[in-house]
Design a protein around this ligand. Structure first.
Ligand code: ADP
Length: 489
């Protein structure tokens, strides 16, 4: 099957969060099971890679045709094509992937360029697989323009990794790429559902309406998005399109996330070892992490958090956990990156307050090596999210023998099973229901009690967790089935 993914991120080349992990890992797994996969990305200027060939094509923007190029390369067996205008577009010549006032225009341009590129290539595509609002417009452009021009695509799949981000833009932004924005300003088409933006277009809504299948990244999230609480204004649209909705649990790239040979860590271990050996290796890694982060030696638990610091991830509960841990003699490590000034200032202030505290390490950066070392050293990892479409950090931590403490929502509810609720044969972590300090602290109390008096429960949680298979290999098989169902329909 010829499968083309169009996305804003692909790990490890260009990654901000779980979207990148998933696109890179799924592409590789789909390729392994016999598909011909191509991943189309913008050519971000920070990408330093060696292309093997180059395809020139014409793309349309701002009322005129211009020369564009696709740099084709092979990444671990997967074909990757990086698109840009020939003279180097200022849209992608920037240090970050997102966070610019013209983000909508950047990805509208990219969506059109992706279809112009496919038109030039004249291939028969079985599945066009889009991800989030950034590339949702491809579905609209294909059905209303490119199908007639001769691009051959059998079915379009849209993956929604996070419904909070929808790509709101003006009608004139669509005019730039050759379709009349005003034509889309109706409630059956792309008009945004909110009163505030009722004169604007919603790109994700376009993807939902125009795609043949919509995949939410966990079964629980696929039900949650139909409610007002989680639907971010699109719950009605999703309800109308419910027949196209599927929940497929994301997974992790178990080659990249592998404590057996992870090049960022010193003491390797794996799921087939005796649990005592796993804990021994983790403790050696913990000693090194403590040196790196200037933390003191301690026999109390090391609790970590690796997260984008945005309201979705519960920064206020992260702070509560930090305080709770310090008050109870534990150690807390945060690896969190944010572009939100208010949140950044808050954590900087906490860091200043605890400047000489050797039980706390706040790292407000994005750093891959440190992430791996934290997963391989920590006793617990928290994910206290307000909502969580799937969440990868809890799956990675399970694989690294770190016990997750999560809020029971979305993919977290599908992957973490509380020791007290599910018992020692199934339990792999700790979970709380309400998004509140009280509910979280009750669970943290249980955790600290087990740490002091329940060594067996702790060991059992690690043992059950490290053995679970949350690999993208399994996820890829489910996507394969969906592709086959769509094509044979
Ligand atoms: P989201 O996609 O919402 O950010 P996920 O849990 O799905 O959250 O995926 C997060 C991914 O990003 C994981 O691979 C995690 O290790 C990584 N990550 C998050 N924050 C950082 C950071 N500050 N430094 C390095 N990696 C990070």
């Amino acid at each position: 099957m010829k499968v083309v993914h169009v996305a804003a991120e692909m790990a490890p080349l260009a990654k901000v969060g779980g979207l990148g992990d998933m696109v890179g890992g799924l592409g590789k797994e789909l390729n392994k099971i016999g598909n011909e996969v191509e991943i189309i990305l913008p050519r971000y200027s920070f990408l330093k890679c060696q292309e093997s060939s180059c395809t020139s094509f014409q793309s349309y923007e701002k009322g005129k045709w211009h020369e564009a190029i696709a740099l084709n390369m092979n990444y671990k067996g997967v074909k990757v094509s990086l698109l840009d205008s020939k003279e180097g577009n200022s849209y992608f010549n920037r240090p970050n992937i997102y966070g610019y006032p013209d983000d909508a225009c950047r990805f509208i341009y990219f969506s059109r360029a992706a279809l112009d590129y496919l038109l030039t290539k004249k291939e028969n595509i079985d599945i066009l697989h889009l991800h989030d609002w950034h590339t949702s417009l491809c579905a609209v452009l294909y059905k209303d323009l490119f199908q007639e021009l001769g691009v051959k695509i059998k079915k379009i799949v849209l993956n929604i990794h996070n419904l909070e981000y929808q790509g709101i833009c003006g009608t004139e932004d669509l005019d730039r790429v050759g379709v009349e924005g005003e034509n889309y300003l109706s409630s059956e088409r792309l008009r945004d559902t909110s009163v505030l933006f009722s004169q604007n277009l919603n790109l994700l809504k376009g993807g939902i309406i125009y795609s043949d299948a919509i995949v939410l990244v966990s079964p629980t999230y696929s039900r949650e998005v139909l409610t007002k609480e989680y639907g971010y204004g699109l719950e009605k649209v999703l309800k109308e399109q419910e027949h196209k909705l599927v929940g497929i649990l994301n997974g992790i790239d178990t080659e990249f996330w592998n404590p057996e040979n992870d090049s960022f860590i010193h003491n390797h271990y794996d799921q087939n070892m005796a649990i005592e050996k796993v804990i021994y290796s983790k403790n050696r890694n913990k000693e090194l992490l403590r040196k790196r982060l200037k933390l003191k030696e301690s026999s109390n638990p090391l609790i970590s958090c690796i997260s984008r610091l945005v309201p979705q991830k519960g920064p206020e509960l992260i702070e509560d956990c930090l305080n709770f841990t310090m008050q109870h003699g534990g150690q807390f490590v945060l690896l969190g990156f944010t572009t939100i000034e208010r949140i950044q200032n808050r954590f900087k202030e906490i860091a200043r307050k605890h400047e000489h505290d050797e039980n706390l390490s706040l790292n407000l950066v994005h750093e891959e090596s440190l992430a791996h070392q934290i997963y391989a050293s920590s006793d617990f990892l928290i994910v206290p999210s307000l909502f969580e479409p799937c969440g990868l950090t809890q799956m990675i931590s399970l694989r690294y023998g770190t016990i997750p403490i999560v809020r029971k929502t979305g993919g977290l509810a599908d992957t973490v099973f509380d020791m007290d609720e599910h018992g020692i044969s199934v339990g792999n972590g700790f979970a709380f229901n309400e998004f509140s300090k009280k509910s979280f602290e009750e669970t943290l109390n249980r955790v600290f009690n087990y740490w002091k008096n329940g060594c067996q429960t702790i060991q059992k949680a690690i043992e059950n967790g490290i053995k679970i298979d949350y690999s993208l290999k399994k996820t890829a098989e489910e996507y394969m089935q969906l592709y086959l169902d769509l094509i044979n329909f």
